[in-house]
Each structure stands twice: as structure tokens, then as C-alpha cells.
Design a protein around this ligand. Structure first.
Ligand code: KG4
Length: 338
């Protein structure tokens, strides 16, 4: 029987999860409210909070799984990409624990973890994961990528943003409107009450499967400035419509390239992952494309959209099965491709 402990600390969530032979037993996450006052993640504060959270989070994950640390077969951890100070807390903890227990250490690419979130399942739960190869739209605060997933370890980025990520663009536009941080969930909530066709913002014209969101951000800002000249309370008067129109623009941009990739590669299994995959407009678009284009779609449970250790544990489990371990000397990395 293999018990894998997964550890995630790449940004502002400290998370630990335990798997038993690939089945999820526990997934505990401590989020960091400390950043809200700053309108974004403050790296130094994030790493300090990870230091405070890591031991209680791992302890709780083991307790909830009903096992002792001596029963662990391996420790899987996020090696990168992410904030270096944050990563180092999880990496150091994982290395220390694996060494003290004399068990293998498995490094996981955080982005692979997001994609493999579709393979997380508990005992007795319906489990219909994607079959390789499939396409995955990975959309978060730091990434907007279309990934051709050929196996758990063979993933090819076929398109990605050349500037801002989708989540980053939504967060920045929300900040311009004076809303809180992170803006994504707020925009999502307001958008439910607004007219998505009320306003039009510029859409990028770039070749291939790449994305660009910086033009949308600028178009949103300049449009608002013009409208506010005529009506100083324009934002308050049109908040829901602005949110709905912004959300629709982002979703349209994302789906257009994804459809193009699906057609060109003749792949109809299409997944979505990352923080922005919690967005209702994007989820609805996936359902609509499934109906319209015969896609088989894979949308993660809300709890697995944002950073979590269950996805790191499952990615680590597949590597563990192949004895694909890593050395204790393996450094964390802040940036990487797939
Ligand atoms: O994957 P994630 O948790 O980590 C980072 O990349 O940091 O993604 C966070 C991003 C943020 O930009 C946040 O605003 C966005 O995901 N997000 C959403 C929603 N929930 C989170 N965006 C749109 N709609 C949502 N419901």
C-alpha cells in the first residue's frame, strides 16, 4: 500500500494532502488573508505565513487521513514554478521530512499538478478522467495556456499568453473599478446580474494559439476614463454590466483559440484547470461548446481549481509508481516551461 504526502506552497496557499494508492484521503489548505490589504500577494509575507502554516497543515492532513507519518511511502512537493520564498518553505519541509523518514522525494511541476487535478478522486466517487491525449486550458493568475496533454509527464504548451494572464487581467480591471482582491470571484458574482453585451472591449488579433490580455486591460481602462468624464458615478451605475461584459470578453478570447486548437488537432476531449476555471461564465461556455461541437469536457471541482496539495500528490503518485524520484539537492525553480 502506498501513502503519498503532497505539499504545495508555490504562492499564497499552504496545502498538504494524503493519497492512499491514488485515492485522496485528505486535502487541507490554509489560505493567507494577510495579502487582501495590499491588493496582491506580498512575497515576503507569503513565505512567513507558509512557515507558520506548514506544520499544522501537514499534521491535520495526516490526522484526517488516519495515518502516522511513519506510514508514508513518499513525499511529493511543488518544486516550481512559483514565488521563490514561498516554494522554499514547502521544498525544505518536504526534503527534511523525506530524509528523516528515509523515504523517496518526488518533485512536481506545479503546472502539471493543475492539469492532473482531473485525476483526483476519492474512494467510491464516480471517476471518469480524461483519456490521453487531451487538451487543457490552464488559466490562473499567472498562466493562460493551451496544453496538449499526451501523458501524465508529457505535456506540450501549444499556446500561451504573450503578456498578462487571464486572471491577472480580470484582477487588474477589477482593481481599476475599486473592487477588492482578488477580483476574479467578485467579477464572477457581479457578472451574474449584468448584461454581457452591454459594452465592447478590444480583442487581440495574434496568430496561432497564443493569447494576449494587456490590450483588453488598456481598452477597459481608457473606455472607463471616457465614460467617467460624462458620468462620475459611471462605475456604480453600470457595475454589473461592466463585470458581465469584461467576463464575456475574456471568455470569448479564451474559447476562440481553444476551439481552433481542438479543430486543428482533432481532439474533442477538452479540460480546464487553474483558478479562473472557477468562473461561471467560463464553465457555461465549456458546457455550450460540449453541446455545440461534441466536446467531452472536464471541469474540476471548485476545491481543485485553486492551488491545492491533492493535485501535487496525484502528480507525485504517478511519478512514484515509475520510481521517478528526485535528489535532495534538486533546487526549487521560480520559472519553467512544461
Ligand atoms: O490558480 P490560482 O489560484 O493561482 C494563481 O495563479 O495565483 O488563480 C488565481 C486567479 C486569480 O486571478 C483570481 O482572480 C482568479 O484565479 N479567479 C477567478 C475566479 N476565482 C478565482 N477568476 C474568475 N472567476 C472566478 N470565479
Amino acid at each position: 500500500m502506498a501513502y503519498i504526502l503532497g505539499i504545495e506552497s508555490s504562492c499564497d496557499d499552504t496545502s498538504a494532502a494524503v493519497l492512499q494508492d491514488g485515492l485522496l484521503l485528505s486535502n487541507i489548505t490554509a489560505s493567507q488573508a494577510v495579502h487582501e490589504a495590499y491588493g496582491g500577494v506580498v512575497p515576503e509575507l507569503a513565505s512567513r505565513a507558509h512557515q507558520q502554516n506548514i506544520v499544522p497543515v501537514v499534521d491535520q492532513a495526516l490526522r484526517q487521513a488516519g495515518i502516522e507519518k511513519d506510514q508514508l511511502s513518499a513525499v511529493a512537493y511543488t518544486r516550481g514554478p512559483g514565488l521563490m520564498g514561498s516554494l522554499l518553505v514547502g521544498v525544505s519541509f518536504a526534503k527534511g521530512l523525506a530524509t528523516s523518514l528515509n523515504i523517496p522525494l518526488v518533485d512536481v511541476n506545479h503546472l502539471h499538478g493543475h492539469v492532473l487535478a482531473h485525476f483526483i478522486h476519492t474512494a467510491g466517487e464516480d471517476y471518469n478522467p480524461p483519456i490521453y491525449p487531451f487538451l487543457c486550458l490552464l488559466v490562473s493568475g499567472g498562466n493562460s495556456q493551451i496544453i496538449l496533454v499526451k501523458s501524465y509527464k508529457d505535456m506540450q504548451i501549444i499556446g500561451q499568453t504573450i503578456d498578462d494572464a487571464a486572471g491577472e487581467a480580470i484582477d487588474k480591471c477589477s482593481k481599476v473599478m475599486g473592487l477588492g482582491y482578488p477580483g476574479g470571484p467578485i467579477i464572477d458574482r457581479l457578472a451574474r446580474l449584468g448584461n454581457p453585451l452591454a459594452f465592447h472591449f478590444s480583442k487581440p488579433q495574434i496568430p496561432g494559439y497564443d493569447y494576449s490580455f494587456s490590450g483588453l486591460k488598456t481598452s477597459f481602462l481608457y473606455s472607463l476614463r471616457d465614460w467617467i468624464k460624462d458620468d462620475p458615478d459611471f462605475i456604480q451605475h453600470h457595475l454589473n454590466d461592466l463585470a458581465a461584459s469584461l467576463e464575456k470578453t475574456v471568455v470569448d478570447i479564451l474559447m476562440k483559440k481553444l476551439l481552433q486548437a481542438s479543430r486543428d488537432l482533432k481532439i474533442k476531449q477538452v479540460a480546464v484547470a487553474g483558478g479562473v476555471s472557477a468562473n461561471n461564465g467560463l464553465r457555461n461556455a465549456f458546457h455550450e461548446y460540449a453541446r455545440r461541437y461534441g466536446w467531452k469536457i472536464f471541469i474540476p471541482k471548485f476545491g481543485y481549481t485553486t492551488d491545492n496539495a491533492a493535485m501535487i500528490a496525484i502528480a507525485g503518485y504517478y511519478k512514484y509508481l515509475e520510481k521517478d524520484y528526485c535528489s535532495i539537492a534538486a533546487p526549487a525553480y521560480s520559472r519553467i516551461d512544461m
